[in-house]
Design a protein around this ligand. Sequence first.
Ligand SMILES: Cc1cc2nc3c(=O)[nH]c(=O)nc-3n(C[C@H](O)[C@H](O)[C@H](O)COP(=O)(O)OP(=O)(O)OC[C@H]3O[C@@H](n4cnc5c(N)ncnc54)[C@H](O)[C@@H]3O)c2cc1C
Length: 417
Amino acid sequence: MKYHDSETAREVANRVQAFMDDVVLPREREALATGEQITDDEISELWEMAKERNLFAPQMPEEYGGQGLAFRDMLPSFEQVGRSLIGAISIRANAPDEGNMHTLELVGSEEQKKEWLRPLVQGEFSSGFSMTEPMQGGGSDPKMLGTTAKKDGDEWVINGHKWWTTGGKESDFLLVMARTDLDAHPYAGTSIILVPTDTDGVNIVRNISHLGGHDITEREFGHAEIKYENVRVPVENTVGEEGQGFQIAQMRLGGGRLTHCMRYSGMAERSLDIAKAYLSEREGFGEPLANKQALRHRIADAETKLHMARTGVRHAARELDQSEARIEVAMAKVFTANVTNEIIDLAVQCCGANGIGKDLPLAQFYENVRAFRIVDGADEVHRRSIARDAFEDIREEEINHVLRFDPDRRAESSTDE
Ligand SMILES: Cc1cc2nc3c(=O)[nH]c(=O)nc-3n(C[C@H](O)[C@H](O)[C@H](O)COP(=O)(O)OP(=O)(O)OC[C@H]3O[C@@H](n4cnc5c(N)ncnc54)[C@H](O)[C@@H]3O)c2cc1C
């Protein structure tokens, strides 16, 4: 399929694809087949190779060691890395570090960029984004955020309870969303504060056991439950403007949702490739299974929906370059999340027992993709925004116009003629 991506975007995505095909996918297949985990040293080797091929951290400016690609130019590369379980990390474009790099680059102070962003891009540091809280704190309704940061002299004192902070246990620092002005509406009184993970009072309770996970790498990539108990950090650790936490998080999430869509589209595309290869080779009832119309129609639907998802994400990315594009991003996210879930489920089905076997990556894709309908805003939350926007234009005048026959209007239009 042609997507009319820019020449730069296509050129880089072709090189990322070659890196995946030549280096990353073979290593992933080996790890899946043997059960031998990919070590941190091997990940560092992959980074060196990515640097030699000018593919390392494509989303970051060159001054921090990235490739300096514009957002729309790097999107197709995210599809390519999504094809492998270790694709994103192999070029340092993995969540949540990628989103945190983006946040610090956009609104971080020069000091924060020097001290935290540069080593984060280089892979010397890793990070977490700590927003979601257990009941009755912030989740789908982020206004319910309960974590507070109070000023004491030139320090913040942070108290709160978070969970599902991806990479939190392994991180060097955390970007923590906290209410900094309890008198203001949460959208005007919440800030993002950078907290080094080894600060006194940052208590990592556990990594939460869950469906899926990256168990082909030595590194855990877990989702941490964390208690912040009288955690003191300098007020200069505020990331961006005080009170603007939600606006900054929205900037982070808008692009982050689309990069997630691209990675999961890549995962779905590889799943379809595997399913089509399996069906073409496997015979049953006197012919290759690929000849069965019942399956062919389902593959056709899957190809169609994946194409629509990829097109929608590209459209949202173009809009995001111009404006906030909240609705386009919400539509792209909810559609891609559902389509990729459906396609990976179909691929598992097409491959029979091999679909759930671990020689192929499908079982792990299947486990991983389920979270995409929840993370970055659950389906229902995006539908809520889309519906609110859809109903916004329906005023009384509009209702009359749409529902009722108006003889005067008819007369007016016939006079015009
Ligand atoms: C793999 C993974 C990684 C994550 N990483 C991070 C991270 O790094 N940092 C972080 O802060 N958080 C992270 N999260 C948390 C994630 O952002 C939240 O799970 C998500 O925002 C939903 O919040 P919740 O779990 O509290 O669900 P709840 O708010 O309890 O909602 C439960 C369900 O109710 C439904 N629902 C909610 N609102 C509505 C509504 N208005 N109308 C109808 N139905 C509704 C939805 O189906 C939703 O799934 C991660 C989650 C997962 C699964």
